[in-house]
Design a protein. Structure first.
Length: 82
C-alpha cells in the first residue's frame, strides 16, 4: 500500500444516489475528485482510489496537498412508508 493510499483513508467522502441508479461520491476537500459505483462498498473503494491518485498527482506537480477535514459517518435514509 502506498502512502497516498494511506492518506486517502483520512479524507471525508460524501455519497449520493443509489437504487435505481448508481452511487456517486466526492470529497469537499478535493474539488473535482469523484467516483461512481453500483454499491456503497464499490463507490467507497473507487473513491479512495481516486483520492490516492489525485493526491499523487498533486505531489508530482509540486502542488500542496490539502488537509483532510476528517472522517465522516454514513447515515442511511429509509424511504418513508405511506
Amino acid at each position: 500500500m502506498t502512502s497516498f493510499e494511506e492518506q486517502a483513508k483520512r479524507y471525508l467522502i460524501l455519497i449520493e444516489g443509489g437504487p435505481p441508479s448508481n452511487f456517486s461520491a466526492w470529497s469537499p476537500d478535493l474539488p473535482g475528485c469523484a467516483a461512481t459505483g453500483d454499491t456503497l462498498e464499490e463507490v467507497e473503494r473507487e473513491m479512495r482510489a481516486a483520492i490516492a491518485l489525485h493526491l499523487e498527482g498533486l505531489a508530482e506537480d509540486g502542488e500542496p496537498i490539502p488537509e483532510p477535514s476528517g472522517p465522516g459517518v454514513y447515515v442511511e435514509r429509509a424511504t418513508a412508508v405511506a
